[in-house]
Design a protein around this ligand. Structure first.
Ligand SMILES: *Cc1c(COP(=O)(O)O)cnc(C)c1O
Length: 432
């Protein structure tokens, strides 16, 4: 495959040299089948979202702003029905008042747990920000302060579920089980929806009335099914990741059973008010349109992750997931081995950003981390990680975590820019 002359010139104009572009093109040649599969999933999910919008008769009146209490917000109520439909759930809470993914998870947990209950994670340590929500790290306002205890069963060394350990950990007080779909920034494998189904079925066989919640961050629309379609009582995520399609400026969602969503709503607003209040302030157009674009945006991010894996794997760097294994989220880790390479990689991603491309990222002491962290992000929405971004702590093994890309072409350019920067600084040698 040869690149078109105009395209080659355009890549050169943006700062990507011929050898880097040619190397990228050669890597891409082997990815055609993978990309076709991703497109098929995106097509399926596009129809799923479209059908939900048609069924609930979405109309431009639903994009109108409400203010104050936000009583009878038709747009909000319809959007929540559309989300419930897409996630195969009875109900949903989709609100700009939910600040982020951590907040959505915190609302889902604290709304559905009571003093004396126990929370169980059967898949190891949850995402960093949940440690303070749960009280794994002592924190004011945590569930632990309200008398909710926590138990954890780690995955087996091969990534499998420790069924015997889980059975032993479930007790009378076990009220809610939290299952994180994505590995996040851990090294365990991400769970497929199929494996989540198996885990939930097992938990139900031990204790039928336990609430199963899935932290769905980074997983939405990667597969054809969502966890609420295979038995989860709640699916929770952030709208500045996959389901916001890059257009939501803020927000989180919880989809699930009427009972669980009701409890979460009473925590988000107030007992007695629940889902009935919550103005949408004119933001709903972007919520609907973002959801509509989410399947193709997620597909672009997935292609970008797979491209990055194959580029860096071919150059001899360890990558998780590897270049060929199936994907269940949009995060790519590349172990670069030295601080210089980690910094150069992030510089390249930053230079490819549509916003703040002229900024040079520097490592800094971020609160809550035990090493300096470097981050590259030039996003339209602050902190949005469905937009192209990369970060990593400056410590062994100098791994970079890479995710997002609102379009595949932008993701591709970002990865090529990272490689260009590494080559320019003499930190990587292209195969001849
Ligand atoms: C991003 C993420 C969260 C937290 O979401 P924020 O929007 O950053 O608060 C929780 N769990 C997982 C797996 C995530 O990827």
């Amino acid at each position: 495959m040869k690149n078109d002359k105009d395209l080659t010139q355009m890549y050169e104009a943006i700062g990507i040299s011929r050898p880097v572009l040619d190397f990228g093109t050669a890597v891409l040649e082997d990815l055609a089948d993978r990309f076709r599969e991703i497109d098929e999933t995106a097509e399926y999910n596009q129809l799923k979202v479209l059908q939900a919008m048609r069924k609930h008769r979405v109309s431009d009146i639903h994009f109108a702003a409400t203010t104050g209490y936000g009583y009878n917000d038709l747009g909000r109520e319809t959007l929540e029905k559309v989300y419930a439909e897409v996630f195969g759930a009875e109900a949903a809470l989709v609100r700009p008042q939910i600040t982020c993914g951590t907040h959505a998870l915190s609302v889902a947990l604290s709304g559905n747990l009571r003093p004396g209950d126990e929370l169980l994670s059967p898949v190891g340590k949850p995402y960093d920000t949940l440690e303070e929500v749960i009280g794994i790290r002592p924190s004011q306002g945590s569930l632990a302060e309200y008398g909710v205890t926590y138990r954890q069963v780690d995955l087996l060394p091969d990534g499998g579920f420790d069924f015997a350990g889980i059975r032993a950990a479930i007790c009378d007080r076990t009220r809610l089980v939290t299952i994180q779909r994505s590995k996040g920034y851990d090294t365990r494998p991400t769970l497929s929806v199929e494996r989540i189904k198996e885990l939930i079925a097992f938990i139900r066989s031990v204790k039928p009335d336990v609430i199963c919640m899935v932290d769905n961050c980074y997983g939405e629309f990667v597969e054809k099914l969502e966890p609420t379609q295979v038995g989860a009582d709640m699916c929770v995520g952030s709208l500045i990741k996959n389901p916001g399609g890059g257009l939501c400026p803020v927000g989180g969602y919880i989809a699930g059973t009427e009972a669980c969503i009701g409890q979460a709503a009473r925590r988000l607003t107030s007992p007695g008010l629940g889902k009935e209040v919550g103005p949408t302030l004119g933001l709903l157009g972007s919520f609907y349109q973002g959801l509509f674009l989410a399947p193709t945006v997620t597909a672009g991010a997935l292609k970008s992750a797979i491209f990055a894996a194959n580029i860096y794997e071919r150059l001899g760097f360890p990558v998780i997931p590897n270049g060929t294994e199936p994907r269940y989220d949009i995060i790519q880790a590349v172990t670069l081995g030295t601080p210089e390479r980690l910094i150069a990689f992030c510089k390249g991603i930053q230079a490819a950003a549509p916003v703040d491309s002229f900024v040079v990222p520097e490592p800094w002491d971020m609160p809550g981390y035990d090493a300096e962290v470097i981050m590259a992000a030039g996003a339209f929405v602050q902190g949005s990680s469905i937009e192209l971004s990369a970060d990593g702590p400056l410590k062994e093994p100098y791994a970079v975590y890479f995710q997002g890309g609102l379009t595949w072409y932008h993701g591709k350019t970002g990865i090529l820019m990272s490689l260009e920067q590494l080559c320019r600084e003499g930190l990587v040698q292209l195969p001849s």
